[in-house]
Design a protein around this ligand. Structure first.
Ligand code: ADP
Ligand code: MG
Length: 328
């Protein structure tokens, strides 16, 4: 959500079209954030049909994973924390299973059970003082992906402790973008972009044959790009703490919580991750915030087809091993 300005998309002028395809886009609000859906098709009728399909798919996923919606499967799991296992759809079950896999991959930096911490850390401007050490300790005691109990045969999810809660804030938009892209590909849309408020999932090329291009904003000067990169088929996601954060005693606390300590991540301004899938990129961008620069880069360098760009609090840029950026 904080990321609309995190990445700006540069659509190069289409001077000599190679085909009759054109690019169409629509902006709208979905999952509480600004989405822009771009499709490359032959006319506006086709574009509207394709965009409507994508919207329907994203809204369907929102209903499944929202922890605000009193009727979602996710709410049902949270309501029954410490009480009983809840039977869920295969889709939600699989998403939770993958999320737990990502916790393993990031040594617990990524953890959907971070969500019970939202009782004490609020990033909507309502927080006036730092929570006490005791409050943080008792709250973080309820966090831990090891306490999410899955039963694969019965497709049930059980949160072991009362007060536990799961939330998909760091993975849901990425998953929705992957699903929307897959659905459009299945419907013969050869190129496009699902931009979930800065979580970008692209495929194909621009109508003029050029690759899509993304610019990473310099978090210290939002009117200036820090880097420009081409991307043709894959996802690029930025997690930034330059909009959603609180500041106490001169320290800026991001809306991303270290599930192991209960304190928000500090020191990094933005993390951009490139990966084949938006779900992975989304989760890893959040995780690198928590892991910090050195551990984060090490972990990213071990993963095939995944790259990242980190900008620290002083505006210094760090990149993973196999990425070349045109610094401006
Ligand atoms: P954005 O809010 O801009 O989409 P992110 O993708 O980084 O940014 O997601 C941050 C959100 O992820 C937080 O608002 C919160 O809902 C959730 N979150 C915070 N800390 C963690 C964590 N350690 N693991 C998983 N999810 C987290
Ligand atoms: Mg994320």
């Amino acid at each position: 959500m904080a990321k609309q300005i995190g990445i700006i998309f540069i659509l190069l002028l289409n001077t000599v079209p190679l085909t009759a395809q054109q690019s169409f886009h629509r902006n709208l609000k979905l999952m509480g954030s600004g989405f822009q859906i771009t499709v490359v098709v032959k006319d506006s009728t086709e574009a509207n049909r394709a965009i409507d399909l994508a919207i329907k798919e994203i809204s369907r996923i929102e209903k499944l994973i929202s922890s605000w919606d009193p009727n979602s499967e996710t709410t049902e799991i949270n309501k029954n924390a410490g009480i009983k296992a809840v039977k869920v759809s295969a889709e939600l079950y699989n998403l939770i299973e993958r999320a737990i896999g990502l916790s393993g991959l990031t040594d617990g930096a990524f953890d959907i059970s971070y969500a019970s911490m939202d009782k004490i850390w609020k990033f909507d401007g309502s927080m006036k003082k730092m929570p006490s050490k005791e409050e943080i300790e008792s709250s973080v005691a309820k966090v831990g992906f090891q306490k999410i109990i899955l039963d694969s045969r019965n497709k049930t999810v059980f949160l072991k402790d009362k007060g536990m809660k799961i939330g998909f804030g760091a993975i849901g938009k990425g998953y929705a973008a992957d699903q929307a892209k897959a659905l459009l590909l299945k419907n013969n849309v050869q190129a496009g972009i699902i931009n979930a408020s800065g979580d970008m999932n692209t495929w194909g090329r621009q109508p003029n044959g050029n690759e899509w291009t993304v610019a990473i904003t310099n978090p210290l000067n939002k009117t200036k790009a820090a880097a420009v990169l081409p991307i043709s088929d894959g996802a690029v996601v930025t997690s930034g703490n330059y909009e959603k954060f609180v500041q106490f005693n001169g320290i800026r606390y991001a809306h991303i919580i270290d599930p192991r300590t209960g304190y928000p991540a500090t020191g990094i301004l933005s993390v951009t991750v490139f990966a084949p899938k938006a779900e992975l990129a989304d989760a890893l961008a959040t995780s690198v915030f928590v892991m910090g620069i050195e551990t984060g880069l090490n972990r990213i360098n071990q993963l095939p087809k995944v790259e990242c760009v980190i900008i620290d609090e002083k505006g210094k840029v760090f990149t993973s091993d196999n990425i070349e950026i045109d610094r401006i």
